[in-house]
Design a protein around this ligand. Structure first.
Ligand code: ADP
Length: 715
């Protein structure tokens, strides 16, 4: 079996459970496979298909994916075809004949096809050795994607009683699992549930402040990689996509309000790497099977943990390091609550509220994110994941006794009837109306926490909830209360240590990983040749080789067929068809830079598993939008608006860029300043350090903003 694995797929080892599942299928037993996205489900029916005599039929609802799946199999030298509504009658006939001649090992069909008695009769005349039902949860009304056509799949176990059936899904709940077994009529199936822990995914949550700026920072970090940004509304997707485009990125919006053709085009462009960033509502995803998405951002809050898990699951299907980042703000939660209130059915509303609260808890928890998520899916993670922002943040502890006393007192003094944000406002001495109207600006706790930012105090409150000194009472507006443990703490003058909050930008830094092992320049060249070959064959890039393969090439530098064949993902067919052109690139590169190929062996490979692209995030990356927009000669007001900044912030960006020696051509801005020369003269007289004298020198007729702009221009 291992020989087949290398020969056709180019892999050396099975992923967890694949071998066991395949063994069972070959013994002609029914099986049910629950594996997360990217776990490697396809291989569980593709490998038996090669081993067994006859045709393997794969039922999948994802018509849009069938062509890519078939192209990938063909590139590996496996006879595969699909039949669905996108084909013309004659094309279907041709495929049917090829199947009859035994040229096709794997045939993909849409479930609709099975309602046709013609198709079924045809199928019965064939030697079918295996039936695979992909996305099997579609058969269950308990699942999140029920498809009535799936109900007709019952017929398989009646009409093809001897043929083993393998049902596969990434949905793990108990109800769905039982329903699949029942609906399909599986015979004493072995159920394989693999861990839903996606080790290659890094998860983090950022407070949603300066969100666009952070988004750009993240995208910069994943430069030239595929990114999905999930938004709340159609309008938001369009706005963000537009802003990203203005900032010089290749981005497109996707939502259910777009024409079908437009949606298809956007999807196609994404799969073919013509568009790198998709800004979408949740409508985007079901039809996406792109293995190399490296970043999924929830720009707005997800509605449920299930959908969140599914959406982040679209990152890193190929097993390479990827990340999921969620921007969290209470404002977004409110938006969801507003919609919740519109749900008329009381029970439905209740369920939706509960689900929303679970997401809030997840965001606010001070525990390992993956532990929390997996616990939600009834799986226990024994150790902390070491790959979420909580686990990775500097777990430096300090004596937090004083800040704890302050927070607890503020909750008590404000009457234990307010939520977190109000308590924090009081502590930090906010002048907001609500604080004043309640007379809280007169309290002794008003403004006693000046040395911590809002997010930092927020971090402490969460930690104190975790430590059991505070509890949050759920409701429409969750309020904070001091627990009896908290009261005892105050009374007995207890001591407590907490972890220090990490600044969120610093946290972004932590998410960046360490080693750049492979040769990035060679990797870029390999990507270029891959893209040319993909175009010639009219297939997506990943059908030729996945990033995992290219990175191994750029790490091990194979220069002959023998060593090239050892690269992961290189099977016999690809070795024959593609090796020469990739080898030519590697050989030339190795020669030019006098590099030495590394021996490829398994131990070395797992020890040096090439990690995903980890460029060090330059501090200037934060000002890139401003820089790009200046290059496009955009007005300052527009630059500010796109990023949701004030003008002064943009001026500071410009200053920083100039300080760093960046060449900016700002002359076009002078033209917009009617009084530039006057201001310049005033600067000569009064200096530029302070603005007030200049303002006065100009008879207080020219605004501070104009003077500030002029100051940046003359510098
Ligand atoms: P799923 O259908 O569970 O989402 P796929 O079958 O698409 O996952 O597999 C995800 C990725 O993992 C693919 O890029 C596939 O080539 C790769 N893969 C699967 N099995 C192995 C293996 N044994 N070794 C290396 N890579 C594998």
């Amino acid at each position: 079996m291992k020989d087949l694995l290398k020969k056709y797929f180019g892999f050396d080892d099975f992923r967890p459970m694949q071998k066991e599942i395949i063994d069972e299928v070959i013994k002609k037993k029914d099986v049910l496979v629950l594996m997360p996205t990217g776990g490697g489900k396809s291989l569980c029916y593709q490998l038996p298909a090669l081993k067994m005599e006859g045709l393997t039929l794969v039922v999948s609802p994802l018509i849009a994916l069938m062509k890519d799946q078939v192209d990938s199999l063909k590139a590996n030298g496996i006879g595969a075809e699909f039949i669905n509504s996108s084909l013309r009658f004659e094309e279907i006939k041709q495929i049917e004949q090829a199947v009859f001649r035994g040229e096709v090992k794997i045939l993909f069909v849409a479930p609709e096809r099975l309602s046709s008695s013609y198709f079924f009769d045809w199928l019965k005349r064939l030697e079918v050795c295996l039936i695979a039902i992909d996305e099997a949860h579609c058969i269950s009304e308990w699942g999140h994607d029920f498809r009535p056509h799936y109900r007709s799949l019952k017929i398989f176990k009646q009409e093809f009683a001897r043929v083993p059936l393998i049902a596969l899904t990434a949905t793990a709940t108990y109800e769905v699992r039982e329903d699949i077994k029942k609906q399909l009529g599986l015979k004493e199936p072995k159920v394989f549930i693999s861990s839903f822990n996606r080790e290659n995914l890094k998860l983090s949550i950022f407070p949603k402040r300066r969100a666009f700026d952070k988004l750009v920072g993240l995208i910069e970090k994943h430069k030239d990689e595929s990114v999905i940004v999930y938004c709340f509304s159609r309008r938001e997707t369009e706005e963000i996509a537009e802003s990203l485009k203005l900032a010089g990125f290749s981005a497109m919006a996707y939502h259910a309000g777009l024409e079908r053709e437009v949606r298809q085009e956007v999807q196609e462009n994404f799969i073919r790497d013509k568009t790198k960033i998709i800004v979408a509502t949740i409508a985007f995803g079901m039809g996406i099977d792109k293995p190399d998405v490296r970043l999924v951002v929830h720009y707005s809050f997800p509605k449920t943990l299930e959908s969140y898990y599914q959406e982040i699951g679209r990152a890193g299907r190929d097993g390479m390091e990827s990340e999921g980042v969620l921007f969290y703000s209470y404002g977004d939660v409110r938006k969801h609550e507003f919609f919740l209130e519109q749900i008329e059915d009381e029970k439905q509303r209740q369920i939706a509220r509960e689900k929303l609260n679970q997401v809030i808890d997840y965001c606010e928890s001070a525990d390992c994110r993956k532990k929390y998520l997996l616990d939600y899916f009834s799986e226990e993670l024994k150790k902390d994941c070491k790959s979420c922002d909580i686990c990775l943040s500097d777990q430096e502890v300090f004596d937090a006794t004083i800040i704890t006393q302050k927070i607890l007192s503020a909750i008590l003094k404000t009457g234990s009837v307010f939520g977190k944000s109000h308590v924090i406002q009081v502590l930090r001495g906010s002048r907001r109306r609500q604080v004043k109207d309640n007379g809280h600006d007169k309290l002794s706790v008003f403004g006693i926490v000046k040395d911590y930012s809002k997010d930092e105090v927020d971090h402490f409150v969460r930690a104190l909830i975790g430590a059991g000194l505070i509890k949050k009472e759920e409701g429409k507006f969750p309020i904070l209360k001091v627990t009896s443990k908290g009261i005892t703490f105050l009374k007995n003058k207890g001591k407590i240590e907490l972890t220090k909050p990490a600044d969120d930008l610093e946290r972004e830094g932590i998410i960046k990983s360490d080693k750049i092992e492979y040769d990035e320049n060679l990797f870029e060249r390999l990507k270029a040749i891959r893209s040319i070959i993909a175009k010639e064959n009219d297939v997506p890039n990943f059908v030729i080789f996945g990033d995992v393969s290219l990175r191994e090439m750029a790490y091990f530098l194979p220069v002959d067929k023998e060593s090239f064949s050892k690269i992961s993902g290189v099977g016999e067919a690809k070795l024959k068809t593609y090796a020469p052109r990739f080898l030519a690139v590697i050989q030339a590169y190795v020669k030019k830079f006098k590099l030495k190929p590394k021996p490829i062996n398994k131990q070395l490979r797992s020890a040096n598993r090439p990690s995903s692209t980890r460029r060090i995030h330059s501090p200037l990356a934060r000002y890139q939008v401003t820089k790009k927009m200046i290059e496009q000669k955009k007005a300052l007001t527009e630059i500010a608006k796109v990023q949701d900044f004030r003008l002064t912030t943009i001026l500071r960006h410009i200053q920083k860029l100039k300080d760093a020696g960046q060449n900016l051509n700002l002359d076009y801005l002078k033209k917009d300043l009617n009084n530039f020369s006057k201001i310049e003269t005033a600067f000569q007289k009064c200096g530029k350090a302070r603005l007030k004298p200049v303002f006065e020198e100009l008879d207080e007729k020219i605004s501070y903003d104009e003077i500030k702009i002029a100051r940046v221009l003359v510098d």
